[in-house]
Design a binder for this molecule. Structure first.
Ligand code: G3P
Length: 217
């Protein structure tokens, strides 16, 4: 499973990169605003800054909601850097844009996916990634992980090449459950990745090993 970090914070992206297990970055307009990155030119520069920190895919979201706007913006984003993946919302014109980009060799990430029907449509349109938002489904008492399982089942039935990018991952158990269910990618905060390494028996075991070593030195 690929590990993406879901942030526009350059320090956290560097920290995840230095850990050596980072495969990509996802951003969205809210994450950009959280870092105080506003204005088209600053946002475009920030995408390039992210691409220069990591080696993997960087999702950059279009703002337009009509086909022509999405194509124009998406082509501009894709031109920025070869690591850019154009993020397209799951709306009617978005489906048309996914197909356009697929036909023209531009990689896409279909975002704001909350149902298997939407995921099926994204795959049919040739999306590179599909992003089901599991945390936001959990927030409204709906099983986000079950959506991952259902999409996996359908994609495997027909050997769709679209990669399932579990998004809106909030914590470490989401990461583990997504891995069990066969998500191709997960994107979450740095804390969800770092949580994987924690175990009290590791800490106490290491403390004992070091104490025993020091007895003889
Ligand atoms: O980037 C999209 C998604 O991961 C957002 O997550 O936590 O705002 O629901 P969240």
């Amino acid at each position: 499973m690929k590990f993406f970090i879901d942030t526009a914070n350059l320090d956290q992206i560097r920290e995840a990169q230095e850990l050596g297990v980072l495969d990509g970055v996802t951003t969205n307009p809210s994450l950009m605003a959280k870092e105080g990155i506003t204005g088209r030119n600053n946002i475009l520069k920030h995408y390039v800054d992210i691409c220069n920190i990591i080696e993997g895919d960087v999702s950059a979201e279009v703002i337009g909601t009509e086909f022509e706007q999405m194509v124009k913006e998406g082509e501009e984003l894709a031109e920025l850097h070869d690591q850019i993946v154009v993020k397209i919302p799951m709306i009617k014109d978005g489906v048309k844009a996914l197909k356009y980009f697929s036909d023209n060799g531009i990689r896409t990430n279909c975002t704001l996916v909350f149902s298997v029907g939407q995921a099926l449509l994204a795959a049919k349109a040739g999306a590179t990634y599909v992003s089901p938002f599991i945390g936001r489904l959990d927030d409204i008492s709906t099983d986000g992980l079950n959506l991952i399982a259902e999409i996996r089942h359908i994609y495997d039935n027909y050997a769709f090449e679209t990669q399932i990018l579990a998004a809106s991952v909030r914590h470490t158990m989401h990461v583990i459950d997504c891995a069990k269910l066969g998500a191709d990618v997960m994107t979450g905060p740095l804390s969800s990745i770092e949580g994987l390494l924690k175990h009290p028996l590791t800490d106490s075991g290491l403390a004992k090993f070091l104490a025993d070593y020091n007895k003889g030195n």
